[in-house]
Ligand binder design. Structure first.
Ligand SMILES: Nc1nc2c(ncn2[C@@H]2O[C@H](COP(=O)(O)OP(=O)(O)OP(=O)(O)O)[C@@H](O)[C@H]2O)c(=O)[nH]1
Ligand SMILES: [Mg+2]
Length: 500
C-alpha cells in the first residue's frame, strides 16, 4: 500500500467551494506540543474533546481565529491522536494553512482514504464498515445512502457482526467438545452448538435473500436511449433533461459519441445517456460510437428503445437487445390512427409526439389486439391522470385509452421518468445488497454451507466438523474483512475522497 506512518494533514470538509467553516484534521502525531509554534494557546491546558478558541500565527502575524478540538488516542476516528481545526472556509485560505502546517511542522498531506485506512488499521472500523462509509459519502440514491448508514453502524453491520459472533460460538463449541467436554458437560455444549447453528443458518438465509444481480445498477442508475438513426433519441434526451443538451437534426447519424447528464427525480440521481443511432456503416468512428452505446445499454438500469412509428415494423427490433428493453418509445406519432404496431409481448410501449411532448397511447402490459381498436377520447370525457396505481393505457384489451386531451396532457417526459422511478422503487423494495463484493462473499458462504450439507448439523466426527467450519470461517472473514489481501484494500481505499 502507498500509505505510510507519521503525522498527516488534510481538509476533511472539502475545499471545492467557499464555505463558512472548513475542518482541517491532523492525525498520527505523538505530542500536542508539536503545534505550539503555530498556535496562540497554551497547549498544556487543552481539555480532550472540548472546543478551544485560539489563533493560528506565523511570523508574528495572525492568520485565523479558529476553534480547536483534540481527540487523544485511542478515542478518535483514526484511533491515533487527532486534532481538528475549524478554520474559515475559503479554499485558498485552507490550502495556505495546510501548506503552512506541512512546511513548518513537517506534516505530510494525506492521500485520499488515508484517514479511514488508519481507522481500519487501528480496528476502529471493519472493512465492511469502511465500505459503508465510502457508500455513504458517494451515495447518489436514497437506497445507497441508507445502505451506507446500515453498513457503517446500522442494522446490516449488526447482522454481519452477529453472523461472525455465531460462527465463533460454533467454533468454540467444537473446541470445547475436543478438549474440555468432561469439564463443561457434553450435552450442554451440543445444545449450545445447535442453538447457534440454527440462528447462523437463518441469518445466512436472510442475507442471501438480499443478493440480487441487478443491484449493481441501483448504485448508479443509468437510463440509456438506444435506437436507429433519426428516431428521436436526442429529442427525447433533451426533453427528459429539460434543456437542449444534445444536437437534434434531421441529418442521420447526428449523435456519434454518447452524451450523458444527471437528473434527480424523487431524490434519486439518475443518469440519462443519449447514444449514436444504430445503422450499418463503413465509417469507423461511427461504428465505435454505436458499439459504445450498445455496451452502455448492456449495463444500464433502464433501457429505452426509441423508434420512429412510421418506420416501425416486424423487423425493427431485430439487431437490438429488444428483449431487454424496459420501454419502447415510438416517436412521430402525430396523426396516429389506431393501427397498432406489433411490439414484442411484455414490453411496455408509448406512441408519442416528441416535438409536442405528448403521449397518444401507452400500452403498459400487452399490445392491444386488432379486434379492439382504440377509441379516441373526446375532450369532454374524463381522463385519468397517470399515477402509480392506475397507469393510463389499456389495462386490458377491453379498456384502451388515448389520445390524451389538452385538458389532461401527459408529457412523454413525465410518464417516462415515472416509469423509470417505478422500476427503481420496485427493485429497491427488496433491500438488495448493493456492494458486489458482499454479494459474492454471501454467495460463496451459501455455496460452502450447501456443499457441507447435513454434515453441518452433525458433531459425530469432530475433526470433520472442525474442518467444515474452517471453510465457513474463510468465507465469513472475507465478508467482515479480517485480514483481506493488499490488492483488495488498494481497490477499496482508492475510491475514497481526499479528507477521509
Ligand atoms: N414530427 C416529429 N418529429 C420528431 C419527433 N421526434 C423527433 N423528431 C425529429 O426527428 C429528427 C431527428 O431527431 P433526433 O432527436 O436528432 O434523432 P436521433 O435519434 O437522435 O438521431 P441520430 O442522432 O442521428 O441517431 C429531428 O428533426 C427531430 O425534430 C416526433 O415525435 N415528431
Ligand atoms: Mg441523436
Amino acid at each position: 500500500m502507498k500509505f505510510s506512518d507519521g503525522p498527516i494533514i488534510t481538509c476533511s470538509s472539502g475545499i471545492e467551494s467557499p464555505s463558512a467553516i472548513a475542518i482541517i484534521r491532523i492525525t498520527g502525531f505523538s505530542n500536542l506540543s508539536l503545534f505550539q509554534p503555530l498556535l496562540q494557546l497554551n497547549l498544556n491546558n487543552i481539555k480532550p474533546r472540548f472546543a478551544h478558541f485560539c489563533q493560528i500565527v506565523s511570523e508574528a502575524k495572525v492568520l485565523d481565529d479558529i476553534i480547536l478540538l483534540f481527540f487523544p488516542a485511542p478515542n478518535s476516528f483514526t484511533g491515533e491522536n487527532l486534532l481538528e481545526l475549524h478554520v474559515h472556509g475559503n479554499p485558498l485560505h485552507v490550502s495556505k494553512l495546510i501548506s503552512l502546517f506541512s512546511s513548518v511542522l513537517s506534516i505530510r498531506e494525506a492521500f485520499a482514504g488515508e484517514f479511514t485506512f488508519r481507522a481500519y488499521r487501528n480496528k476502529k472500523l471493519s472493512l465492511s464498515q469502511v465500505e459503508g462509509l465510502d457508500m455513504l459519502l458517494h451515495a447518489k440514491t436514497p437506497l445507497a445512502l441508507d445502505q451506507g448508514v446500515q453498513l457503517l453502524n446500522g442494522s446490516l453491520h449488526k447482522l454481519y457482526h452477529r453472523l461472525y459472533e455465531l460462527h465463533l460460538d460454533l467454533k468454540t463449541s467444537i473446541e470445547l467438545l475436543i478438549d474440555f467436554s468432561e469439564d463443561v458437560g457434553e450435552d450442554i455444549v451440543r445444545q449450545r452448538y445447535s442453538v447457534a447453528l440454527k440462528e447462523f443458518l437463518e441469518t445466512c438465509n436472510v442475507l442471501h435473500a438480499r443478493v440480487g444481480n441487478f443491484a449493481d445498477s441501483l448504485l448508479n442508475p443509468q437510463v440509456v436511449l438506444l435506437g436507429p438513426v433519426n428516431a428521436g433519441k436526442s429529442t427525447l434526451f433533451n426533453l427528459l433533461l429539460g434543456q437542449n443538451r444534445s444536437i437534434v437534426s434531421s441529418t442521420q447519424g447526428t449523435t456519434r459519441d454518447y452524451i450523458s447528464d444527471g437528473f434527480v427525480f424523487n431524490d434519486v440521481h439518475f443518469r440519462f445517456i443519449d447514444t449514436a443511432g444504430i445503422r450499418e456503416t463503413d465509417d469507423d468512428i461511427e461504428r465505435q460510437g454505436i458499439s459504445l452505446g450498445l455496451n452502455l445499454a448492456n449495463d444500464a438500469f433502464f433501457k429505452i428503445g426509441v423508434f420512429n412509428l412510421q418506420d416501425f415494423d416486424d423487423l425493427s427490433l431485430s439487431g437490438f437487445p429488444s428483449s431487454n428493453f424496459d420501454l419502447i418509445v415510438l416517436t412521430h406519432g402525430e396523426g396516429f390512427t389506431g393501427e397498432f404496431p406489433k411490439v414484442q409481448s411484455g414490453i411496455p410501449y408509448i406512441i408519442s409526439s416528441l416535438t409536442q411532448n405528448l403521449v397518444y397511447y401507452f400500452a403498459p402490459i400487452e399490445p392491444v389486439s386488432d379486434s379492439a381498436p382504440i377509441e379516441p377520447v373526446s375532450d369532454s370525457a374524463p381522463i385519468e391522470p397517470f399515477s402509480n396505481s392506475a397507469p393510463i393505457g389499456p389495462v386490458s384489451n377491453s379498456a384502451p385509452i388515448g389520445p390524451v386531451s389538452n385538458n389532461a396532457p401527459i408529457g412523454a417526459d413525465n410518464l417516462i421518468k415515472q416509469l423509470v422511478f417505478n422500476k427503481y422503487s420496485a427493485l429497491s423494495s427488496s433491500q438488495p445488497l448493493l456492494l458486489r463484493r458482499h454479494r459474492e462473499c454471501i454467495n460463496r458462504l451459501m455455496f460452502t454451507i450447501n456443499s457441507i450439507g447435513s454434515e453441518i448439523h452433525s458433531l459425530d466426527d469432530l475433526a470433520i466438523s472442525s474442518s467444515n467450519l474452517q471453510r465457513v470461517s474463510a468465507c465469513l472473514t472475507d465478508l467482515v474483512g479480517i485480514l483481506p489481501p493488499d490488492e483488495l484494500l488498494n481497490n477499496i481505499f482508492e475510491q475514497f475522497c481526499i479528507g477521509k
